[in-house]
Design a protein around this ligand. Structure first.
Ligand SMILES: [Zn+2]
Ligand SMILES: [Zn+2]
Length: 137
């Protein structure tokens, strides 16, 4: 599937198993995601080898091991990623993801009152997530 930022200067093509990518669609309420995205950051995982990006991008190292990337012309969020890990792509770039349900919420106990997400998806608290995953201090 192929997606683009608002202005079209950046395109992102994703190959691989789209069913598996769909099954991973997550929402994050951690403090950096809340600040970057307004309330919650949506993402789905895709291996670096399955993603081709064209166009100039800008990035910010939001921790020692992760970066946040956007289009410098229009500001559209493109992805969040550990530097040595897969992309967590913005599902809003791709028309196909409209049909993808939410699989899980992380930092669920950190959700802002206006951003609680109802539904039958997995939820992990800050403590649960940080017990097993690398995270920003
Ligand atoms: Zn753009
Ligand atoms: Zn986050």
């Amino acid at each position: 599937m192929r997606g683009a930022c608002l202005c079209g200067a950046v395109t992102v093509e994703v190959r691989g198993d789209h069913a598996a990518q769909a099954a991973d669609l997550s929402a994050c309420h951690c403090d950096p995601c809340r600040r970057w995205a307004g309330a919650v950051l949506w993402g789905f995982e895709a291996a670096r080898g399955d993603v081709d990006v064209t166009g100039e991008v800008a990035s910010y190292a939001s921790s020692e091991f992760a970066e946040r990337v956007w289009c410098p012309a229009c500001g559209t969020q493109l992805w969040f990623a550990d530097l040595d890990g897969p992309y967590e792509l913005n599902p809003g770039l791709f028309e196909e993801t409209r049909d993808w349900p939410l699989a899980r919420v992380v930092y669920a106990d950190r959700a802002a009152a206006h951003a609680e997400i109802a539904g039958d998806h997995a939820r992990r608290t800050k403590a649960e997530y940080e017990a097993t995953e690398r995270h920003a201090p």
